[in-house]
Write a protein that binds this ligand. Structure first.
Ligand code: SAM
Length: 225
């Protein structure tokens, strides 16, 4: 059967025993990012996308209807950490696309610097996502804002960045960790409150809870009006 194209351009699948794994075509063949498995087909190498270490990987497994990231997309990635998910985003957008990978933790951003030295379509930014004015000079208008940061005010941070950097008609993708917003509330209540807040500002086009891959997390796929 081999590697098959998925319904989302830039994403592929491969049969692995009884299940289907999601993979992306490695922009840097021979180099992996987090110990992920690789597959060869012809001259190409594909990297398996973890469902438990990446909320976007989990969202694929939960059959989201739109990915919001395409070959050629320019993406502002907030909360890039050491690059697990953003490296797959870099594979998907390919050489015509670009990833601005931001994190505020110096230690993880140092690792991101090494990753970005290998991946020519990615740049690291050390900055606080609460303060877009800090990094506005390094970021262009983008097709997609992706956010995965565990903060109490994550919904506000997301909208602030969509207002500052997202093109009209562009996609905003927000991964929410309920326990970071409020440990005392039921995750469902937190998700509903986040929904009520963000939909005042942006159109929600899909939503998935990410259990069992990521407990008490959900993801919103949005489009800027
Ligand atoms: C759950 S980890 C992200 C994992 C990553 N998205 C992945 O899938 O590979 C959350 C990251 O958000 C970063 N973060 C938290 N608050 C932030 C802020 N205000 N500005 C920038 N980064 C932040 C943390 O340093 C951490 O690396």
């Amino acid at each position: 059967m081999g590697i098959q194209p998925h319904k989302f351009k830039g994403v592929y699948t491969v049969k692995k025993g009884k299940r289907i794994a999601f993979v992306t075509k490695n922009l840097t063949p021979g180099k992996t990012v987090y110990g992920e498995e690789t597959y060869r087909e012809g001259n190409d190498e594909y990297r398996e996308w973890s469902l438990t270490r990446s909320k976007l990987g989990a969202a694929l497994a939960k059959n989201i209807s739109q990915l919001g990231i395409y070959p050629g997309s320019k993406v502002l990635y907030l909360g890039a950490s050491t690059g697990t998910t953003s490296s797959h985003v870099s594979d998907v957008v390919g050489e015509e696309g670009f990833v601005f990978a931001l994190d505020f933790a110096p230690r993880t951003t140092r690792e991101l610097v090494y990753l970005c030295e290998q991946r020519k379509n990615m740049t690291p930014i050390l900055g606080d996502a609460r303060r877009p004015e800090q990094y506005a000079q390094y970021v262009t208008l983008v097709d997609t804002v992706f956010q995965d940061i565990a903060q109490r005010d994550q919904a506000e941070i997301f909208i602030k960045n969509c207002n500052a950097f997202l093109k009209k008609g562009g996609f905003g993708i927000l991964a929410v960790k309920a326990r970071s917003v409020d440990v005392a509330k039921k995750p469902k209540q937190v998700f509903n409150e986040v929904r009520a807040y963000i939909e005042k500002n942006i159109t929600i086009v899909d939503y998935r809870e990410l259990d069992p891959f990521e407990k008490d997390h959900c993801i919103f796929i949005c489009k800027k009006k």
